[in-house]
Design a protein around this ligand. Sequence first.
Ligand code: F6R
Ligand code: MG
Ligand code: MG
Length: 368
Amino acid sequence: MPNGKKITISVIKADVGGFVGHSSFHPALLDMAKEKLGNAKDKGIVADFHVIRCGDDLELIMSHDKGCDNKAIHELAWNIFTACTEAAKELKLYGAGQDLLKDAFTGTVKGMGPGVAEMEFVERKSEPVIIFMADKTSSGAWNLPLYKIFGDPFNTAGLVIDPSMADGFCFNVLDVKEDKSIMLSCPEETYCLLALIGATSRYMVTSVYRKKDKEITAVASTERLGFIAGKYVGKDDPVMIVRCQSGLPAVGEVLEAFSFPYLVRGWMRGSHNGPLMPVPFYEANPTRFDGPPRVIAAGFQIANGRLIGPHDMFDDPSFDETRKKANHVAEYMRRHGPFEPHRLPLEDMEYTTLPHVLGKLKHRFEKH
Ligand code: F6R
Ligand code: MG
Ligand code: MG
C-alpha cells in the first residue's frame, strides 16, 4: 500500500461463546480466527490483521484497501464468527453464537449482531492508532471519553497549546431511537453536544472529525443488540478507533480520558451501572458480578497498511489508582443490591427479562 493511498481499518467484533460463563474467551477459538485471517491475508483480501479478545468478545482488527462497509471484509468476519460459533458449540462454551442474530449473510454485518467500527484515511508520515475494546457495557459508553479527548481542554492540552487543533472538532451524533444523526461543532456547540450525549442510551457519538480539514480522527461502534433482537441477548460491548498525534490529540491525551472510572450501563445481566475499568489485555476477564465492565486499548503504528503492534496501552502502573478507584466504586455500587441507581432505570430494563417478572404481577394491582 504505497504512501498517499487510502487505507481502511475495520474492527469487527462478536461474542461467539464465553469461557467460563461470560467471563473470558477460549484460546482454541482465537487460534481458529487467526488461521482464517492468515488465509485471507495470503489471498490478499486483507493487508494485515490482529486477533484479540476482551472478556468474552472476539475482536477482529483488519487493515485493507477496500473502504468501509465492504462486502468481502464483512463476509470474511461473518464467516469467522460462524466457524468459531461451531467450535464453541462443540466445546459447549457459554452462549455460543450469542451475537449472531441473523442466519444468512446479506452483504453487511451491520444489523446482524456484531459490532463494527471502520475508518478510511490516507496514512500519514507516522500513523499512531489506538483501538479501544470494552466488555460488559453498552454502545454510548464512548461518549464521555470522546468528549474529553476532543472537547475538553482540561483533558487535552493540545486544544489550548497546538494551533492545528485550535479550530476544534466536529462530532457526529446518532439518535438510535429515531435513526437520525446530527453534526455538532465544538467548541461553539459544546453545550448542545453535552445536552445530547449525556443521554448515553439514546445519543451516541459515531465519529469525530478535525474541523479545519475534515480529517477523520475517531469512529465508534453503535450497534444496539437489544434493539436488533427485541430482547436482551447480551451486551453490545462496543469498540472504537482513535487516530493520534501530529495535530490530533496525543496518545497520552487520548488515554487520559480513561483515568476516571466513569459509570457505564452493563455489568451483571446488562442491567447495572458500574465503573469502566481500564486494564491490560491479560486482566480483561470480568468475574466479579460478571464485571465490573472493562476496557482495553491496543496501540498500533500503521506502516503502509501493516499493523505494527499491538502495544498494551493500559499495562501501565499510572492506571493503578484508576483501577483501585474502580474497585471502590464497584463495591459501593454493589451494596445497593437490586436498587436503582445500581440497577438501571425501568426504561433501560425494557429489553431484559424483568418485564416478564413484572407481567406476572399485573393482574394483582388494584385501584389505589
Ligand atoms: C453480561 C451478561 C451476563 C449474563 C448473566 C446471566 O453481559 O451477559 O451478566 O446476563 O451471566 O446469564 P444467563 O441468563 O444466560 O444465565
Ligand atoms: Mg457473553
Ligand atoms: Mg461480552
